[in-house]
Ligand binder design. Structure first.
Ligand SMILES: Cc1cc2nc3c(=O)[nH]c(=O)nc-3n(C[C@H](O)[C@H](O)[C@H](O)COP(=O)(O)OP(=O)(O)OC[C@H]3O[C@@H](n4cnc5c(N)ncnc54)[C@H](O)[C@@H]3O)c2cc1C
Length: 564
């Protein structure tokens, strides 16, 4: 070993670790770069695993983004798979490494150490949880086991209604299994607000998934005739052939803890904006670290591939810079500046995406916020094939800054969320959204793009041009509810206490409305109610519009009825 050569050792060879290794090599030809990976594969696509189980991705080889061979020959990076790092000796700057194939130990010295050890699926200590056919999904061997089990199975039970649970539900249904999904919360996709997540619940049910909300797993048991049995918190016994646990992950921070590195309250490693731990020779990236939320300022665990990749890049840059001159000021400002938690998931053709803070998080933190709902088409309505996107935008009441957004629909849902996420990163306000100039032709977006409309609704509300009523107050408001849709639409379904006064007859029947009482207007999505609002306020009436109209009302009803 050349003593002048710097040695970078990386623990974990998937999203964060592999990115860090490749970037370090691009920046430094002379360093020794060595990756240690406990599993059989490096740089594989965990995100594709549910689709491999469901045969959408047909070949396992497609999951392998890069092989140890490619790392060695293209990048001159040494990769040791089936090799576990078991201890860090910070004083000596060495690690203890165990070769799992030979069960032998050795010491390796480092100048810089990167912990990219990821996260572990949570397996709560419930009776029977270690029975065969109770699975988690984290890596390729896990997916092989689940795939093999599905070949013999007709029923599957998924515990947990997060992204992985929903993706697995879709893939197992596609394989012909009867799927039941259990979720402790009274909604799926807990990071979203309940009414937005309810679209996904409805889609799951419509595709034959038995959704059991507000119910958790208590114990598992193997029965000679009935197969695998799960006992739930509601005293129900469910029979199944296999169980998949998708109840979240916890950071794989044991090495760091045992080495005395600083951890946060959530169990993740604490790092600075260069991804450096409290030991100047040790960095950490990916699911194993805690990150600051850019909206709330709070420490958070965000186990997503995008942050892991970007953090790997930041750490590599900081390490190489440290080696060459030790002057951080000379660096281009490559730092990791917190997360928004921008995420997306598809379930049975419905895409659910979100960025920033949810309403429930803002409420929990006692933040002052305002919200608007809208249901525009994903492109101009006159062009064939337009599909609605249900959007919720959250913003600050006081400084009009965007705080978060959620969107659900069949087409092009990521576009508005990505645009809003970009605006959010820049600290934009709702007025900036009104003015964004975005792509439009009939088959793409609209002359008033859904993102513009979200900004316009919010802007109109804040300026007092279009006061919105809050759905949360519907049951307690003394206001008169007036539904301005046509009689046919009203007959097909309406809010019980709302009276019907169609927009077209409003001018003739305006005398029927009280001048001394608040009036809340309702229509399909909010547009006709807005026209009615303009008409009525100019006649001196006290009017507000229920944001998002009956479409939002329906989602609220689904969310409220969920646990039954
Ligand atoms: C099924 C599934 C679907 C997902 N879908 C998405 C998605 O659609 N979008 C998205 O953004 N994210 C998704 N994710 C999350 C994403 O894959 C992770 O956030 C990302 O992989 C984190 O990268 P990482 O490098 O921090 O950790 P990991 O990818 O977990 O890699 C860590 C590696 O470190 C190894 N390791 C741990 N300890 C040691 C040790 N002591 N010695 C040696 N090696 C060790 C582990 O074996 C592991 O391979 C999904 C995850 C899963 C499991």
């Amino acid at each position: 070993m050349n003593p002048n050569k710097k040695r970078i050792l990386i623990v974990g060879g998937v999203a964060g670790g592999a990115t860090c290794a490749a970037r370090a090599r691009r920046l430094c030809e002379t360093c020794d770069i060595v990756v240690f990976e406990r599993g059989q594969h490096v740089s594989f696509a965990n995100c594709g695993l549910p689709y491999f189980v469901g045969d959408v991705i047909e070949s396992e080889a497609k999951l392998l983004v890069a092989s140890p061979d490619l790392f060695e020959h293209r990048f001159n990076i040494e990769v040791h798979t089936e090799t576990e790092v078991t201890r860090i000796n910070r004083q000596a700057r060495t690690i203890e490494v165990r070769d799992l194939k030979t069960d032998t130990y050795r010491e390796e010295a480092y100048d810089a150490l990167v912990l990219a050890t990821g996260a572990q699926p949570i397996r709560p200590p419930l009776p029977g949880i270690d029975l065969p056919d109770v699975y988690v999904l984290r890596n390729i061997p896990d997916s092989r086991k689940i795939k093999a089990a599905t070949a013999q199975a007709t029923r599957a039970l998924i515990v947990g209604g997060g992204f992985i649970g929903l993706e697995m539900a879709e893939n197992l249904v596609a394989l012909g299994l009867d799927v039941t999904l259990l979720e402790l919360a009274d909604q799926v996709l807990p990071p979203l607000d309940a009414e937005m997540a309810s679209y996904a619940s409805e889609r799951l049910r419509a595709n034959g998934v038995e959704l059991r909300l507000g119910e958790s797993a208590v114990s598992f048991e193997r029965h000679p005739e009935r197969g695998l049995i799960l006992h739930t918190s509601k005293g129900v016994t469910l029979n199944t052939d296999l169980v998949i646990l998708g109840i979240g992950v916890r950071p794989e921070s044991t090495l760091a803890r045992e080495a005395g590195l600083e951890l946060g309250e959530l169990g993740g490693i604490r790092v600075d904006s260069y991804m450096r731990t409290n030991d100047p020779a040790i960095w950490a990236v990916g699911d194993v670290v805690e990150v600051k939320n850019r909206v709330t300022g709070q420490w958070q665990l965000v186990p997503l591939a995008g942050p892991a990749n970007r953090q790997g890049r930041v750490a590599a840059t900081a390490i190489i810079h440290d080696f060459s001159c030790g002057e951080k000021e000379a660096l281009p400002p490559l730092v990791f500046d917190g997360v928004l938690g921008t995420a997306v998931c598809e379930v049975f053709g419905l895409t659910v995406a979100s960025t920033g803070a949810s309403e429930k998080l803002l409420k929990r933190l006692g933040k002052d916020f305002e919200k608007v709902y809208l249901h525009p088409g994903h492109h101009a309505g006159y062009f064939p094939g337009a599909k609605p996107i249900h959007i919720k935008l959250l913003f600050s009441k006081t400084d009009n800054k965007i705080l978060g957004a959620q969107a659900v629909g069949e087409k092009d849902v990521t576009r508005p969320i990505d645009v809003i996420a970009t605006a959010l990163m820049q600290g934009a306000t709702i007025f900036d959204l009104e003015n964004l100039e975005l792509c439009y032709a009939p088959q793409f977006g609209a002359a008033k793009d859904p993102v513009n409309v979200a900004g316009m609704l919010a802007g109109n509300h804040q300026r007092g041009d279009f006061p919105l009523a809050n759905w949360d107050e519907l049951e307690t408001t003394p206001a008169l509810l007036v539904d301005v849709r046509g009689p046919d639409e009203y007959t097909r379904g309406h809010i019980p206490v709302a009276q019907n006064l169609p927009l077209e007859s409003l001018r003739d029947r305006i005398h029927e409305l009280p001048t001394d009482r608040d009036i809340w207007l309702i229509c399909g999505v909010g547009q006709r109610a807005y026209y009615a609002y303009r008409l009525l306020t100019q006649n001196g009436l006290r009017v507000k519009v229920l944001s998002g109209g009956m479409k939002t009302y329906q989602a609220m009803i689904w969310a409220k009825d969920a646990p039954e």
